[in-house]
Design a protein around this ligand. Sequence first.
Ligand SMILES: [Zn+2]
Length: 136
Amino acid sequence: MLIREFISETNKNKMISDLLKYYKVGSVKVKQKSMKDHAHYNVDTGTLELSTRYKTIKNRQLEEFLITILHEIYHAMDAKKYGWKKFKEMYEYEMNLQIAKGKHQYKDNKYEINAENFGQKNWSKWKKRFKKEGLI
Ligand SMILES: [Zn+2]
């Protein structure tokens, strides 16, 4: 049995664009960027910034990769739902609220918690689907 160690860039990009379309945030642009975090949704520009460490994905990185993409998509969905300027205000308010409470601006931030739960809840379903389609 042949096990491919890497997922091609073409298949990776296909997975990302399928996810963006499915969650109705198909207008989000994707950009590879050298960065400390795995990914970031830039609400000002409507861009999903993806770490260059995900240029090619190893099979063992797949779970983490799918959770990361779904997490950022959730932010994009929030930005679409509220309007990006409003969402940015809401997000900053939440950050300051958590800081004022002596909590962590990200770890205790409800938008981050919701985005992470969304990723955790949905990644395996997508893994099955992409496997079935022969992308992974
Ligand atoms: Zn986040």
